[in-house]
Design a protein around this ligand. Structure first.
Ligand SMILES: CC(C)(COP(=O)(O)OP(=O)(O)OC[C@H]1O[C@@H](n2cnc3c(N)ncnc32)[C@H](O)[C@@H]1OP(=O)(O)O)[C@@H](O)C(=O)NCCC(=O)NCCS
Length: 297
């Protein structure tokens, strides 16, 4: 398989009993507030592996080997049904280099080829787990559902999860390897960098969600609230409609309009949006928004 020089080499192999100690350690290290640990003991997992429980018709456990080093694991369950479920854990030190999406791509290639009865690979992720959402999206999985209050958090409160799936037809069409949607805007936030023309909207902050070519956003600024936009991304151009409450006068006013946002990457690798908007009352403006730096995973 060809790979670009800056991409790590990702190899999947079946877990064996000797892997149990590092898998248990990786499980603890990789768990986060939005992705629970499996909580195995090393003996328990070694016994399950020795019995073949993680290489059966129903479920499979994979070691994720990155540049020759064990760096995480993937579990696929319900393989004896039409829809199997995928879970991923990648060690913190190797995150953000494309390993997660490459694992999903290789899992799709293996399992759809191995089981003709398999029709869907599915996964769920916490509504705030943006890295995993980006991984699903990049590997061709579609967001299909929002499960409300389905994830019990450590504080006892329930959060929602999003459900994703890659179908057999998606895999046959190579959707899991097609970077079909150009820029991945999902989960990114942008702040106002420069106003070239029109009213400035100080403090403007825009948060985006992307599914396929559809992009929706929420935004707020000083003297502006409840901003929402929805559009279609074609190449690097997002054409969208918007609505917000303008609070500059004593009585807030609902304003609607449209816009064209060109997405481009700066030299420091952050994305910027060159946005040209007009409102339905004849006003217009132009501004540049800059991607907010992301925190660690
Ligand atoms: C989720 C996880 C599997 C991703 O693995 P990975 O190897 O980092 O995945 P990738 O490098 O392919 O992609 C990660 C993406 O998240 C982005 N990202 C990382 N931190 C982010 C943050 N704080 N906010 C927004 N995006 C972030 C990365 O930039 C990258 O996106 P991009 O390259 O499209 O810009 C890994 O972080 C992990 O194991 N997390 C803990 C367990 C977990 O959440 N598992 C999934 C539960 S369903």
């Amino acid at each position: 398989m060809s790979r670009s020089p800056d991409r790590p080499h990702v190899h999947l192999r079946v877990l064996v009993p000797d892997d149990a100690p590092w898998v248990v350690a990786a499980d603890r290290v990789a768990a986060t507030a939005v992705a629970r640990a499996q909580d195995w003991s090393a003996d328990e997992l070694a016994a399950e592996l020795a019995e073949g429980q993680w290489a059966s018709d129903a479920q499979w456990g994979w070691a994720v080997v990155v540049d020759g080093e064990p760096s995480g694991f993937a579990l696929v369950t319900d393989l004896d049904r039409a829809a199997a479920d995928v879970q991923l854990r990648i060690l913190p030190g190797v995150r953000g280099r494309g390993v997660g999406r490459e694992v999903l791509r290789q899992l799709a290639e293996h399992h759809f080829a191995a089981a003709s009865t398999l029709h869907r690979l599915t996964g769920r992720t916490h509504e705030h787990n943006v890295p995993m959402q980006r991984v699903f999206n990049a590997a061709g999985f579609r967001m299909e559902a929002r499960y409300r209050e389905s994830f019990e958090q450590s504080d006892g409160r329930y959060a929602s999860e999003w459900g994703y799936a890659l179908t057999r037809a998606d895999w046959e069409h190579g959707r899991h390897r097609a970077d079909a949607h150009g820029y991945g805007l999902h989960g990114l936030s942008f702040e106002l960098e420069e106003t070239v023309e029109g009213f400035a909207f100080p403090g403007l902050l825009l948060k985006l969600i992307q599914e396929g070519r559809r992009v929706i956003g929420r935004y707020d600024a000083r003297d502006l609230s409840d901003g929402e936009l929805a559009g279609i991304l074609a190449g690097d151009l997002l054409r969208y409609r918007w609505i917000h409450l303008d609070e500059r006068d004593e009585h807030p006013r609902e304003v609607t309009g449209r816009g064209r946002a060109r997405i481009q990457r700066r030299e420091d690798s952050r994305l910027e949006i060159v946005d040209q908007w007009s409102d339905d009352d004849g006003g217009h403006g132009r501004r540049v928004l800059l991607e907010r730096r992301r925190g660690g995973t």
